[in-house]
Design a protein around this ligand. Structure first.
Ligand code: MIC
Ligand code: SF4
Length: 645
C-alpha cells in the first residue's frame, strides 16, 4: 500500500489482521459507528439478533433524519424503536429535528485519526475532519457495534494535490464536481482519495466535508483530508479543541496515482441529469429555465452555505417562477441563523424553510413539476430520485443555486451583479448537546407491529437451477433496485418493501420483478439478476440485497459490482459473480436459464465458476465467471449469509 500516506498511518494504527503489502483485504478496528433511521432499524434488529447486550465501540450514535414525513404511523414507530433500543444498547440517540447524521457527526463527534463506519454511504463526510470514515451496510455496522473488526479492500491511495485558492463564487462543491469529471463514478472501487498540497489550507473543515461527502459518488472506499491548523480551529469553534490531534502524510508520501486540481483555475460546475459525473461548466448551461432550487443535504446544509445565501439575498427577492426550499443540515445551524437574523432574511427573500433533515434529497417531498428543471445542492441526481419520473435534476454549489434562484435560469454566479458574500466562520458554533439522548437502560424496547424481523436465508443449495429474472444495464444504483421516496417508510417491513424491487423497470400491465421472482421461486427454481458495469452504485441500503434475497434471488452476475453492495450481497447469502468475458453479458436475455451445478464446491478463493446458459430455443453453452469472494466471504455465502453463522 502507498507509503507515508495519511491513509496508511490510520490503517496501521487500527490494523487487526492482514498485511497491506500482500493481502487483498484488511481487517481494521472501528472506534465509532453511526446509523440513520432508514437503515438503522434493520441494523439494530440485527444487533438484537446477535444477542449483543451493549455496544463495544468508543462511541455509537443513532440519528433520525431520513424518515420524517410521518404520513402514517410507520416513521414514528421506527423512531420509538430506535430511541428505546439505543437506550438499552448504550447508543447515543439523536431525535428527529436534530439534524442530518453526517452534519451533526462532523460538528459534535468527529475526531481526527479515528475510524468510523456508518450505515449510510455518505459517512466519508467525516474525512473532512481527518477521520477514516466509511459507509457500510447495516449488518456490518451492527457487527462493528458488537466489537467486530471491519473488512476493507487493501486500498490504492489516489492523492489529490490541491494548489491555489478558490476564487469568489467558486465553491468546495466545484472541487468535488471537478474530481468527478476526472475520475467518474466508475472504476474506483477499492481506492481511497487523500487530499494534500498547499491548497488544502485554503479550505475550512466544512468545505473539506462537502468534498469528502460527495466523494461517495466516486465509488471509492472513502476520502480523507489531513488534520491541521484549520481542523484545530474548527474544533475550537465547536468548543472541543481537546479532540484535536494533528495527522498528515509524510512529505515524501508515495501515492498510487496523483491528480492535481488548481483551485485558482476552477469555475462553477454542475452535474447534469442523471449522474453525478455528468459534469458541465455552468456557463454552458446559462439560460436554461429553472423551476425549483433546493439548498441543503449533508453536502451543503452547513452554516457557511446558508449564511452565504442569507447575506446575498438580504433585501432581494427570488425569481417568481422559482420555488426555493432550504433544509438546514442541523439544529445548531438553524439556531444560529435564527439568532443572527439571517433566517428572517431568507424568509423575506421568498425561501420556503423545510424541516432540518434529509427531506427532498431522498424524495421526501418537494418533487418538481413534470418537464421542469430542478437545481439542487445535493449529491445525487439519479433518475427519479426526486419523486418525479423523467426528472431533470442538476447538482450545483450553493453559489450557483443562489444565481438560479435570483434569475430563474442557469446563471454563472460570477456574472451576478452583487458583491460576493464572504462568510466568516462563527467565533463559536452553537452546540446544544442536551438534544442528544444519552443511553439509560431499563425502560424496555418499544417495537410496534410495523417493524418486522430481519428475514433469514437458507444455505446455498448444491445446484442452482437459475432463471434470469431481470437483465439491466450499466450503473444500476441501489435507488433503482430499492426505490426510496414514497416507499421509504417500508424500510422496517421487508415483505411489503420487497414488492417494489426494481419498480422503475416495471412496464405498465406487465408483471413486476417481485411477481416474476415469486413465479421462479414457486416453480422450485432460483432467481438470478444480471447487471452490467458498476452494479449497485450509490446508497448503502442493504435492502437492495435483503429484499431480492427475500424474493429468492441466489446469484447476481455483472461486469463489476460496487463495494458496499457486494458486501451486502455476501452478508445476505447472494453470490456475486463477475463475467470473465464481458461479451457473455450480451448473449443473455431475461427468462434464460442459468444453472450452476455444485456451486458451493465451485466457490474457491481466486477461482472461477462455470454455469450453463440455456436459451429459450434449447441451445446451451458454458459461461465462465470469476468472483471477488475471500475465504471468509465464501463461508458466509455458503451458509446463506451472516445471520446463519
Ligand atoms: C442516500 O443518500 O441515498 C441515503 C438515503 O442516505 C442512503 C441510505 C439509505 O438508503 O437509507 C445512503 O446514502 O446510503
Ligand atoms: Fe440524507 Fe441526502 Fe445525505 Fe443521504 S445524501 S444522508 S438522503 S442528506
Amino acid at each position: 500500500m502507498a507509503k507515508g500516506t495519511l491513509v496508511q498511518k490510520i490503517i496501521a494504527a487500527h490494523l487487526v489482521s492482514g498485511d497491506p503489502a500482500k493481502d487483498a483485504q484488511l481487517r481494521i478496528r472501528i472506534d465509532q459507528t453511526l446509523t440513520q433511521d432508514a437503515t438503522g432499524t434493520m441494523a439494530y434488529l440485527e444487533l438484537e439478533a446477535m444477542k449483543t447486550p451493549h455496544v463495544a465501540t468508543e462511541l455509537s450514535v443513532s440519528y433520525v433524519d431520513h424518515n420524517m414525513m410521518q404520513n402514517g404511523p410507520e416513521n414514528r414507530n421506527d423512531h420509538l424503536y430506535l430511541q428505546t433500543v439505543a437506550a438499552e444498547k448504550g447508543v447515543i440517540f439523536s431525535p428527529p429535528g436534530n439534524g442530518i447524521c453526517h452534519q451533526l457527526h462532523l460538528e459534535r463527534f468527529g475526531r481526527p485519526g479515528k475510524t468510523l463506519i456508518g450505515s449510510d454511504s455518505h459517512t466519508p463526510t467525516g474525512g473532512g475532519i481527518g477521520m477514516l470514515a466509511i459507509g457500510a451496510g447495516g449488518l456490518d455496522v451492527a457487527l462493528a457495534m458488537a466489537g467486530q473488526p471491519f473488512t476493507i479492500p487493501t486500498p490504492k491511495v489516489v492523492g489529490v494535490k490541491l494548489t491555489g485558492r478558490l476564487r469568489p463564487w467558486v465553491a468546495a462543491k466545484d472541487v468535488i464536481l471537478k474530481l468527478l469529471s476526472i475520475l467518474t463514478t466508475k472504476g474506483n472501487v477499492g481506492s481511497i482519495v487523500e487530499y494534500f498540497g498547499p491548497g488544502v489550507a485554503d479550505l475550512s473543515v466544512p468545505q473539506r466535508a462537502t468534498i469528502t461527502n460527495m466523494g461517495a459518488e466516486l465509488g471509492v472506499t472513502t476520502s480523507v483530508f489531513p488534520s491541521d491548523g484549520r481542523t484545530r480551529e474548527f474544533l475550537r469553534r465547536q468548543g472541543r479543541e481537546q479532540d484535536f490531534a494533528p495527522f498528515g502524510a509524510d512529505a515524501d508520501a508515495e501515492y498510487d496515482r496523483v491528480v492535481e486540481i488548481d483551485l485558482d483555475a476552477l469555475e462553477p460546475l454542475a452535474a447534469c441529469p442523471s449522474s453525478p459525473d455528468n459534469i458541465k461548466p455552468v456557463r454552458e448551461l446559462a439560460g436554461i429555465k429553472v423551476g425549483q432550487v433546493l439548498v441543503g443535504s449533508c453536502t451543503n446544509g452547513g452554516y457557511r452555505d446558508l449564511a452565504m445565501l442569507a447575506m446575498a439575498l438580504k433585501g432581494r427577492r427570488i425569481h417568481p417562477d422559482v420555488t426555493f426550499g432550504i433544509a438546514p443540515g442541523s439544529r445548531p445551524v438553524l439556531e444560529m441563523l435564527c439568532a443572527n437574523g439571517m433566517l428572517g432574511d431568507l424568509v423575506a427573500a421568498g425561501a420556503r424553510i423545510l424541516e432540518v433533515g434529509c427531506g427532498p434529497c431522498i424524495g421526501q417531498g418537494q418533487s418538481p413539476a413534470d418537464g421542469t428543471v430542478t437545481v439542487r445542492t445535493f449529491n445525487r441526481n439519479f433518475a427519479g430520485r426526486s419523486g418525479t419520473k423523467g426528472d431533470q435534476s442538476y447538482l450545483v454549489s450553493p453559489e450557483t443555486a443562489l444565481a438560479a434562484a435570483l434569475t430563474g435560469e442557469f446563471t454563472d454566479p460570477r456574472t451576478l451583479d452583487i458583491p460576493f458574500p464572504a462568510v466568516a466562520e462563527p467565533e463559536r458554533y452553537t452546540s446544544d448537546d442536551a438534544h442528544f439522548q444519552q443511553p439509560v437502560p431499563g425502560r424496555g424496547i418499544i417495537r410496534k407491529p410495523t417493524i418486522g424481523e430481519p428475514p433469514m436465508n437458507t444455505a446455498l443449495p448444491e445446484n442452482i437451477d437459475g432463471v434470469v429474472v431481470i437483465k439491466v444495464g450499466d450503473k444500476i444504483t441501489t435507488d433503482h433496485i430499492m426505490p426510496a421516496g414514497v416507499h421509504l417508510k417500508l424500510r422496517s417491513n421487508i415483505p411489503a418493501y420487497s414488492k417494489v424491487v426494481f419498480e422503475c423497470f416495471t412496464e405498465p400491465g406487465k408483471p413486476s420483478f417481485a411477481e416474476r421472482a415469486a413465479r421462479v421461486r414457486d416453480a422450485g427454481k432460483h432467481g438470478v439478476i444480471v447487471g452490467r458495469d458498476s452494479y449497485g452504485q450509490g446508497s448503502s441500503r442493504e435492502h437492495a440485497a435483503i429484499c431480492p434475497m427475500y424474493l429468492g434471488i441466489k446469484v447476481v452476475a455483472a461486469l463489476a459490482i460496487e463495494r458496499i453492495h457486494r458486501a451486502n450481497l455476501v452478508n445476505f447469502g447472494i453470490v456475486p459473480l463477475i463475467f470473465r468475458d464481458p461479451a457473455d453479458y450480451d448473449s443473455i436475455a431475461e427468462g434464460d436459464s442459468l444453472a450452476f451445478a455444485g456451486l458451493p464446491g465451485q466457490l474457491v478463493e481466486g477461482g472461477e465458476v462455470r454455469g450453463t446458459l440455456q436459451k429459450a430455443d434449447g441451445t446451451q453453452r458454458e459461461i465462465v465467471f470469476t468472483h471477488p469472494l475471500s475465504a471468509a466471504d465464501i463461508v458466509l455465502v455458503k451458509a446463506g449469509g451472516r445471520l446463519n453463522c
